[in-house]
Design a protein around this ligand. Structure first.
Ligand code: FE2
Length: 366
């Protein structure tokens, strides 16, 4: 790698713009088990927005709401008016945010905001951002000498959540319009230097009624994985189109969170009231032939509705939540990897049929 590369260390956090950050924070703590670690709002001198930083394991979410309708509040309110609650920013930690921004813009990325310095008594950080699909952005963050709870401007807050054993962020999936997948694949290649890790054609991801295409962009170590979905022509409206209709643009369809013990995690989440997608019992009758011997007991997987898939490197266990908002848009995935670096290709059909049944109940499988 030369000096002109953007070296992404990790996804620092995912920020959601939401209608009521105080209530969203309660939801992610009580339902998903995140702990509140930092807060910025009126009490800390933030006059335009309230933000709560939530963390579980290494995964950090931020939920943000505007206070007003003018100035810096305005674009936040506009985002919520158009999209409902949703992901605004997948924030990337880099060595130097200003340099990363300059390189990205030189490679054709559209600026969201120019580099700025953030400073408080805990130190100084830098931040800039570029636009991606829909109204989503990637901000570049460099933490410099900052040693505070989250980012400059935030005060420490320690409010525990009902911990569910979630350990880290795994992947972030975009839904884009028909015919735009290749454009964003090219963007991630050109601007961020990622590479195509996997592709799934509509033959892999089709049901009787609908289909989609998907490409997974990743870095060399595969610590960063950004799948991109587009609808493919089918007899009825694809789940990707349903998302795009209700989000009113491309955006983040789901975020996958890693756990080291999916049985325990899903039990906790169910106790906390989280609702998951269910596949028919027939799925579990076919599973042993497909997956072979695994450590987890089949009845436990079936009871909890957890799916399994394998490749030559190992297997994975996964489950999707129901959408987290009234609009059928963003959901979360819980995933445990036992060697397998894939995305559950063997489960796509069962999962997408389950999504379609919900889509049909909503009157959107037309
Ligand atoms: Fe996923």
């Amino acid at each position: 790698m030369g000096d002109q590369d953007i070296r992404i260390k990790r996804v620092h956090h995912v920020e959601f713009y939401v209608g009521n950050a105080k209530q969203a924070e309660f939801f992610y703590r009580q339902a998903f088990g995140f702990a509140r670690v930092a807060y910025a709002g009126l009490e800390t001198g933030s006059r335009d927005r309230a933000s709560y930083a939530l963390r579980q394991g290494k995964a950090t979410f931020v939920v943000t709401s505007p206070y007003g309708v003018d100035g810096e509040s305005a674009p936040i309110g506009e985002h919520i008016r158009k999209h409902g609650d949703g992901v605004r920013d997948i924030a990337l930690e880099v060595d130097d945010a200003e340099k990363a921004f300059d390189i990205a813009v030189a490679r054709g990325a559209e600026p969201a905001y120019a580099p700025k310095e953030l400073r408080d008594e805990h130190g100084t950080a830098k931040r800039a951002a570029v636009k991606v699909y829909g109204d989503t952005i990637h901000s570049f963050l460099s933490l410099g000498d900052y040693r505070g709870p989250f980012l400059p401007g935030y005060a420490t807050a320690s409010v525990p959540g009902r911990d569910a054993g979630l350990a880290a962020l795994d992947h972030y999936v975009a839904n884009v319009h028909l015919g735009e997948m290749a454009k964003w694949e090219e963007w991630y290649t050109r601007v961020l230097g990622l590479r195509r890790f996997m592709t799934f054609e509509d033959a892999d991801i089709s049901t009787e009624f609908t289909a989609l295409n998907s490409v997974v962009m990743a870095n060399d170590s595969r610590s960063l994985k950004f799948p991109i979905n587009e609808p493919a022509p089918g007899r009825r409206k694809s789940q990707v189109e349903e998302y795009n209709d209700f989000y009113r643009s491309p955006g983040v369809q789901h975020i996958a969170l890693l756990t080291g013990d999916i049985l325990a995690t899903v039990r906790r989440l169910r106790d906390n009231g989280v609702n998951f997608l269910r596949v028919p019992d027939a799925y579990y009758e076919a599973l042993p032939a497909r997956i072979g011997n695994i450590a987890e007991a089949l009845p436990a997987l079936k009871e909890l509705g957890i799916l399994a898939d394998k490749d030559e490197d190992g297997y994975l266990l996964q489950i999707f939540t129901q959408p987290l908002e009234d609009r059928p848009t963003l959901f979360l995935e819980i995933i445990q990897r036992k060697g397998c670096q894939g995305f559950g290709k063997g489960n796509f059909k069962a999962l997408f049929e389950a999504i379609e049944r919900e889509q049909d109940r909503r009157g959107n499988l037309v």
